[in-house]
Design a protein around this ligand. Structure first.
Ligand SMILES: [Zn+2]
Length: 143
């Protein structure tokens, strides 16, 4: 999709140049550069719908590690990674501090805003610290 746009654009610019000289060339190279730059950073996207969920740079350590494996009361095992931030996630339902996986933190379920797949949990402490614990199997690395 990008190639025809670029060739059209350059044809147009050439015509403008012929007619009016180099002063009136409408292009937005700055915007394109910026898009390409942010595209180079590695991100994690929803495995189901491809929505951008978090950046690799947002991985953090909690309680001595980034990855934690937990089982919920129904015996379902989750392999989660801790992230200081997450986009493309929305909190679902009320918060809870039952079965707290991280001491001192209550949690809320978070789902993908694109497809509503359960992606993990938002944890927050009474001391205002918070982070996301995202199920690593639900995320895919992308550029
Ligand atoms: Zn999704």
């Amino acid at each position: 999709m990008k190639t025809p746009f670029h060739s059209q654009q350059s044809l147009k610019s050439r015509k403008l140049l012929d007619k009016q000289g180099p002063t009136v060339v409408k292009q937005s190279p700055a915007v394109e550069d910026r898009e390409e730059e942010s595209g180079r950073e590695k991100v994690l996207i929803c495995r189901q719908c491809g929505k951008h969920i978090a950046d690799e740079a947002w991985r953090i350590s909690i309680d001595g590690g980034h990855r934690h494996t937990f089982a919920n009361p129904h015996g379902h095992v989750y392999d989660i990674g801790c992230f200081e931030s997450a986009v493309g996630c929305v909190g679902i339902g009320p918060g809870s501090n039952e079965f707290a996986w991280f001491k001192g933190y209550s949690w809320q379920i978070v789902a993908c805003t694109g497809c509503m797949t359960h992606l993990g949990w938002f944890f927050h402490s009474s001391g205002q610290h918070h982070f996301y614990g995202l199920i690593l199997d639900c995320l895919v690395s992308s550029f």
